[in-house]
Design a protein around this ligand. Structure first.
Ligand code: PEP
Ligand code: MG
Length: 577
């Protein structure tokens, strides 16, 4: 029998993955052997004892919050864990290992856990054996506290379809490196950075498929039809063959489009468009180039900061940027400065100072201006890379014009330092900014006057305009790029660019969505940047469009402030022509 689960598909048409289900828990804790200096032993013991105390506090808080009508065994379950935490049998041996052998607290605890598990495995009694799960829960809780900021480990994932409650972008990078075929999550919206990264990595995925973890078995063969947001389990041979055939057809179609796509992208009436790629990792340039990207319109450099404890050094930045510059062979590269924060955290988890509203918090340019020591090495590296090719520097998440002034002062300072050090860079490097906050869109001319180019980040612009968290799959139905307010803001930015002679591009997901491209062309947009896989379809599609006709219809529809649904009116008028 075939079971189907529905969620939001991530991937282009024809994106299909077939593989065995692999459940991962983001709670899985990875401990590497490590030791401390003898002078640190006392402090390490204190760290261990404090982690146990924190774990106890956490459990007591959970226990207090249990509603009165909850079955009593839930509270008993927590009591058992509290008793284990307080039991010297759990803590005395790790403390001994720290003192006698200089093991780190987490490594000592892991050693002790392994020894206890060996004992549990020899127990015949099934009930007592289940106590092993309790031990795991308690130890994992302490390790989570000790290993704050450490990313979970994932093993043996090649060819698997990963099932998880949720995944962070940092997790996905680790998993992609292990060769997963695709993934399914219970939570997460299609505009989350995890979903965007999946598209960029060419990983078929279904997100926000609530309940998947419960109804699919580990190891069973799954078909993931990302275009339709469907996960199939228990498929018979005929169905499997059918999906295999669809997958092969999609691969052949990509090859055919690549063959046909060479040369500039020109509409039927002769308007030339620039079609750039959004990339997250230096290796993405291969697909970008293969798909005929004119350049890189958005390099999301924050992925350099993920799955590590310390920020990358200036040289690491520089090497990554040089690889991209070299890989794109003379085409322009737009390097966006760090946009960490919100759903992009270095370690994949909810780290960093807690903010009750992370998307409205210390993110992107705000973080860089507040912590310039984070900004300097990156700016230096971008400038150094500019000596090797056509590099542009782009500032994310601008809200007020003074942020540009302040960032430019820092850039000028770094330039003076490079001059003093005799290091070469492009003195005329174009400095641009992302317009992705409604305040910036409404004030776009102030930004255009200060910057060499603007790029509309619709993913955030939509989130902030419509007041919906882009990561929350329960709000996906409200995420509407065609909302009249969003369209007005986009038009405002394009018009500001036209009035000031400053080029405007779009690098949000909307730019690669064929449903909106005619209207965007009609508004006068000529530069688009998108995940590399979307480039081929877009190039093919726009060749049949008449930009003059689109502009006439768009002006008519958008000039009418009473029009309740400009996108619909535009599309209907277009189809009657
Ligand atoms: C955007 O907000 O549209 C954008 C391109 O930036 P990001 O998706 O990285 O936030
Ligand atoms: Mg953004």
């Amino acid at each position: 029998m075939t079971v189907a689960c529905l969620g939001t598909g991530i991937g282009g048409s024809g994106d299909i993955a077939i593989g065995d289900a692999y459940h991962v828990s983001r709670g899985a804790v990875c401990v590497n052997p490590s030791w401390v200096e003898s002078s640190q032993v006392d402090a390490e013991v204190r760290r261990f004892e404090s982690a146990i105390a924190t774990a106890g506090e956490q459990l007591r808080r959970v226990r207090q919050q249990i509603p009165g009508d909850t079955p009593p065994d839930i509270a008993e379950f927590i009591d058992t864990h509290l008793l284990m935490l307080e039991d010297k049998a759990l803590s005395s041996q790790p403390i001994h290992l720290i003192r006698s052998q200089g093991l780190s607290a987490e490594w000592a605890l892991q050693q002790h856990r392994d020894a206890l598990i060996r004992v549990f495995e020899q127990i015949e009694d099934t009930y007592l054996r289940t106590r092993r799960d309790d031990l795991d829960h308690v130890v994992d809780r302490i390790l989570d506290i000790l290993l704050e900021h450490q990313a979970p480990a994932f093993d043996d994932l090649a060819g698997r379809i990963v099932l998880a409650e949720d995944l962070m972008p940092a997790d996905l990078i680790l998993m992609k490196n292990q060769g997963i075929a695709g993934f399914v999550t219970d939570y997460g919206g299609p505009m989350s950075h995890t979903a965007i990264l999946a598209r960029s990595l060419g990983l078929p995925a279904v997100v926000g498929a609530r309940g998947v973890c419960r109804c699919l078995r580990h190891g069973e063969r799954l078909i993931l039809d990302a275009a339709n947001g469907v996960v199939l389990a228990g498929a018979d041979t005929a169905t499997l063959l059918q999906f295999e055939a669809l997958r092969s057809a999609a691969i052949s179609r990509t090859a055919e489009l690549r063959r046909r796509g060479a040369g500039p992208t020109v509409t039927r009436d002769g308007a030339t468009l620039t079609i750039n790629a959004n990339i997250e990792l230096a290796e993405d340039v291969d697909v970008a180039r293969a798909n005929g990207a004119d350049g890189v319109g958005l390099y999301r450099t924050e992925f350099l900061y993920m799955n590590r404890d310390t920020p990358p050094s200036e040289d690491e930045h520089y090497r990554a940027y040089r690889d991209v510059v070299d890989g794109m062979r003379g085409r322009p590269i737009t390097i966006r400065t760090l946009d960490l924060g919100a759903d992009k955290q270095p370690g994949g988890g909810a780290h960093g100072a807690a903010s009750s509203n992370p998307a409205l918090g210390l993110r992107a340019i705000r973080l860089c201006l507040k912590e310039p020591e984070l900004f300097y090495p990156q700016v230096r590296a971008i400038l150094r890379a500019s000596a090797h090719g056509r590099v542009r520097l782009m500032l994310p998440m601008l809200t007020s014009a003074w942020e540009v002034d302040q960032a430019k002062r820092i850039i000028a300072l770094v330039m003076r330092q490079l001059d003093a050090d005799g290091i070469d860079y492009d003195r005329g490097i174009p400095i641009g900014g992302m317009i992705e906050v409604p305040a910036a869109a409404l004030n776009a001319r102030a930004f255009a006057r200060r910057l060499d180019f603007l790029s509309i980040g619709t993913n955030d612009l939509i989130q902030y305009t419509l007041a919906i968290d882009r990561v929350d799959d329960e709000l996906t139905y409200l995420y509407d790029p065609g909302h009249p307010a969003v369209l007005r803001l986009i038009r405002e930015v394009i018009d500001a660019g036209r009035a000031t002679g400053v080029p405007v591009s779009m690098c949000g997901e909307m730019a690669g969505d064929l449903a909106f491209v005619p209207l965007l062309l009609g508004m006068g947009l000529r530069e688009f940047s998108m995940q590399p896989a979307a480039i081929l379809d877009l190039r093919e599609y726009v060749r049949d469009l008449d930009s003059g006709e689109l502009e006439r219809i768009a002006t008519c529809v958008l000039d009418d402030p009473t029009q309740p649904d400009p996108l619909d009116a535009f599309t209907r008028t277009l189809h009657t022509h």
